[in-house]
Ligand binder design. Structure first.
Ligand SMILES: N[C@@H](CCC(=O)N[C@@H](CS)C(=O)NCC(=O)O)C(=O)O
Length: 209
């Protein structure tokens, strides 16, 4: 087994999906958390972070970046990919949509400074973006074996873990966000109840995002 090091900020953000893959697989790695304000500017200027961003994954002495590229690599190593090209396309579709949600959320949490524009972006996110995504995802889940299992195919894939990570962020914003989506709410619980996932959630650093 190679030695894995995951570099990200001290938050869940774009790193948590990959941390959850490690957790669900029960594979050890070094969870390196860079202080965004005090360490990152100097770290970034070293040029060691491929495209100047995190997350980055070291596999022994090879470094890769891009959260979903890392996730696909880990899922391939740990048996969490789909079992056909179409299943993998569906997994990518879901993970890319989770990234869109993250980016929509990041706009009004971190990026927009004008208070009125921030409020408008939050409103669009909550009243349009999130219901559109969750409505579609509820149907995708129900269309897969009646929605009693996982999002794609018969077993846990990295799409379920990226969904779980993103829902943590959305539930923090609105604890009732899954109430109108019973299949997704049950999936969130099912993934969170997996013993290795539950153990990670219990022990992971408590961060604001
Ligand atoms: N598409 C990339 C986006 C990476 C990204 O935007 N990372 C942010 C943190 S979430 C970052 O490194 N920000 C600091 C910077 O750009 O200097 C991915 O999914 O990994």
């Amino acid at each position: 087994m190679p030695q894995y090091k995951l570099h990200y900020f001290d938050g869940r953000g774009r790193g948590e999906g990959c941390r959850l893959i490690f957790a669900a697989a029960g594979v050890d790695y070094e969870d390196i958390r860079i202080d965004e304000d005090n360490e990152w500017p100097a770290e970034k200027s070293t040029g060691k972070y491929v495209f100047g961003q995190v997350p980055c994954l070291d596999v022994d002495d090879v470094r890769i970046t891009q959260s979903r590229a890392i996730a696909r690599y880990l899922a391939t190593q740990f048996g969490m990919m789909g079992s056909s090209a179409m299943d993998n396309a569906k997994i990518d579709m879901i993970a890319d949509t989770m990234e869109d949600l993250f980016e929509g959320w990041a706009q009004f949490i971190f990026k927009i400074e004008d208070e009125q524009k921030k409020a408008e972006a939050k409103d669009v996110y909550e009243t349009s973006t999130v219901p559109t995504v969750l409505g579609a995802l509820e149907k995708i889940l129900k269309d897969n074996n009646g929605g009693k299992g996982y999002l794609v195919g018969p077993k846990l894939t990295w799409a379920d873990l990226f969904f779980f990570a993103q829902m943590d962020t959305n539930l923090q914003l609105n604890p009732k966000v899954l109430d109108d989506y019973p299949a997704l709410k049950a999936l969130y619980k099912r993934v969170g109840d997996l013993p290795k996932v539950a153990a990670w959630v219990q022990k992971r650093p408590k961060t604001d995002w």
